[in-house]
Design a protein around this ligand. Sequence first.
Ligand SMILES: [Zn+2]
Length: 322
Amino acid sequence: MINKLNQDGLLQIEVNPFTRLVWNSTEAREKYEVMLNRALPLHDKAEYEMVRRGLRKCGTIHFSPHTFHSLIERFHKDNMVWLPIQWTRNYGGFSHRHIPTVVGDSNSSAYGVMARNLEDAEAFRRASSYMARGQTDHKKLGDLLLFPDCCSTFFVEKWGDGYYDPVWHSAEETKNSKMVADRVIEVEGHIHTNQMLRYMGLRTTTHFPCSLDCEESIRIGEIWLDVMNSIDQTGTNYLIELLSMPIVWSCLHGVATVETPIFTIVTNSLPTKERWTVLFNVPGGDKPINTMILLGADVDLPAIAQNTRKHLAAMRSTQHGD
Ligand SMILES: [Zn+2]
């Protein structure tokens, strides 16, 4: 069975950042849109609170020309500090890296570090080798951000090899994972390791897990969940419900499609030559294979190709007048 996604499996292209959410039906939208909108802002709010309450030394946040005034006031009142790291071009949706910009570009924002004191903020910048010589100290960054060692090591290694969205790799590291066909893996994960809806902003933790059963990630996820609950309990329940849905994540030619029973997300991801698919469910939850009609499963591609060929041939013969 073909189950190793390696360098030969990638194309040398990069798709610009974009994220789109498409509701699977009008009924699904009517029922779940309110829920989605309530769950969406929770992660960013919790990221700020985790730092403010001292549960995490640092966090990252973008300051843009139109949010600067309100953010700086909030930081001052909460006795928080913010230091800039780099300017980056604004993008729609989820970006896996910072996009270069030029001075004065109004369509850009400053990415930076937030902390409760300058020492921690400076330590973050030093470790990320910004304004300092030397290597990026990922262990130190992990400590400041409350990332498990195992996950930091995993992500740095995969990122270095060009897998900047290693969903497939984290699935295959999971103990209960099972290859069910060429390039298709079935896996039981956890809401705290489910990063397949993060392109929209739905996630509990900030870090990418080394596997979908990483115990440290689950432990840290509970801390995030406590904070989220203190901010908005109903919103947190909605987030848990959304992260517990069966999911089919698949990736082809730089575009990932994330199917759930209620909506489908289309976004930029790894430029794979073939389609790689992860079938995900939480313990006790429905398996995608039993409950979902997969995108394209009801489409007969060879028949469409054959019909198209026939149409083209018919058009050609009319144009030639024979
Ligand atoms: Zn881990």
